[in-house]
Design a protein around this ligand. Sequence first.
Ligand code: NA7
Length: 533
Amino acid sequence: MEPKRHYDAIIVGAGFAGMYMLHKVRELGLSAIVFERGTDVGGTWYWNRYPGARCDVESMEYSYQFSEQIQQEWHWSERYSSQPEILRYAQHVAERLDLHRDIKFETTVVGACFDEDLNRWEVSLDSGESVFSGFVIMATGCLSAANTPDFLGLEDFRGDTYHTGHWPHDPVDFRGKRVGIIGTGSSAIQSIPHIAEQAAHLIVFQRTPNFSVPAANRALDPDLEREIKGNYRSFRENNKKMTIGFGSKYEIFEDSALEASPEKLQERFEQHWEIGGLLFLRAFADLGLNIESNRLAADFIKGKINEIVKDPETAELLSPNDVVGCKRLCADTNYFETFNRNNVDLVDVSSNPIEAITTKGILTGGKEYLVDAIVFATGFDAMTGALHKIEIVGKNGIALKDKWSDGPRTYLGLNTAGFPNLFMITGPGSPSVLSNMIQSIEQHVEFIAQAMKHMRDNKFSTIEADRKAEDEWVEVVNGIASMTLYPQCNSWYLGANVPGKPRVFMPYLGFPSYVQKCEEVVNRGYQGFKLES
Ligand code: NA7
């Protein structure tokens, strides 16, 4: 498909955000095109094909809810969906909504520049072409810019290298190979058990151990599916009342871990260990707020690690000293058990950082570990990385990179002052990664579509965040984060995983209060936005 010269809206990215945005823009009768660098829809789930990749939000929740028909007809096979199944779901929705005809694949947007005289964006593509539009909607994803540290000698390595967030489409065969994996975040924790089963030898290079709770994944219970589908709408509404936007079907506890007797503490933690995954943090109301309560949860998980991992030295190395949940809690299947295998070694690179990649392996602590392949499970330049890969220039020639040099500043995570008609879906300053992503995507897409309709109906040509409203919002986001334990560790929520990135807590915590704020903004005539004709 050859793009036209001009569209009402240009959407960047064909993940769940871009797909639904295209559908909504079409509903408004406006013209739109989606540019997507991959060969198919799916976004995060298109790129993250590493073995064991799986969502940490339950399948019956991690899906679109705008179409009753689609949510009824789709059947998930497991409690937590695997990457291939989520990708099939994305493809199914794209077919049902006939989206492909307006998506230009294998096309990377490299620049977007606002023309103040004509009130339009000029979007530049990697082909060298330029396309113009009234609106640009960044559906670029929160975890889509892979982060590979600048290891000395990387280009000299003679074996194969992979990044979990950029995994090849053809199956990777590690049989008979010595594999090194760098990182022990969620992607590593999910892939290590699978790679260990296949490879001759796996060496895990760990800088910081991570908390992980078994996902307790299993086949989806047909009775549960029937029950939820029997009243899907009210199930979704109940989830929207949860701070994190999901998990309403589990009991909610209001008490503090500090008030519980040792027996109660043990019982509640055991119960939540069984429930599994992220929901472990719901065992007590204050695990994310009070450091003493949090320590009790940390000790419980460390006790489990000690029980599972047979070698005490390895168990000790795998036991984190951080705050639980401050980095995103991982949900695994047989992660700690994998370290009992004879073909798996753990190398601590916390005190001896990786010095270099050699032609044949990884050098740390003066020792060279020989490997045939290296897996970089080193995460992402989260939330802002994908935006900054595009040269975005707003009013007065100001680049987004410069405006955000001390960290992202947005109003509601939807727009940033000085960049009219540029929307972000689940941008920094919105619940995004601290919520059910698809639910937050839908809420943002609907807000944006409604704003576009409002502008058309009232003959406004531009919408832009007011700088004062933006400043106040940044304060609100930081204020909420500072009441929690989130800012206390070096997480990607803070940008702390990327050297040189400003340390700013990026997501907004609290799905219901955020939605309420957005509704108030609309009801007050887009309060905090400047609308101009
Ligand atoms: P994460 O959670 O950011 O994990 C990246 C891992 O890579 C983490 O263990 C890092 O250690 C490690 N890392 C990064 N740079 C280095 C260097 N230079 N040397 C050694 N180790 C390094 O990314 P994931 O892809 O696992 O998960 C991201 C999210 O995707 C996850 O939270 C889910 O929401 C899905 P560090 O902790 O920085 O010491």
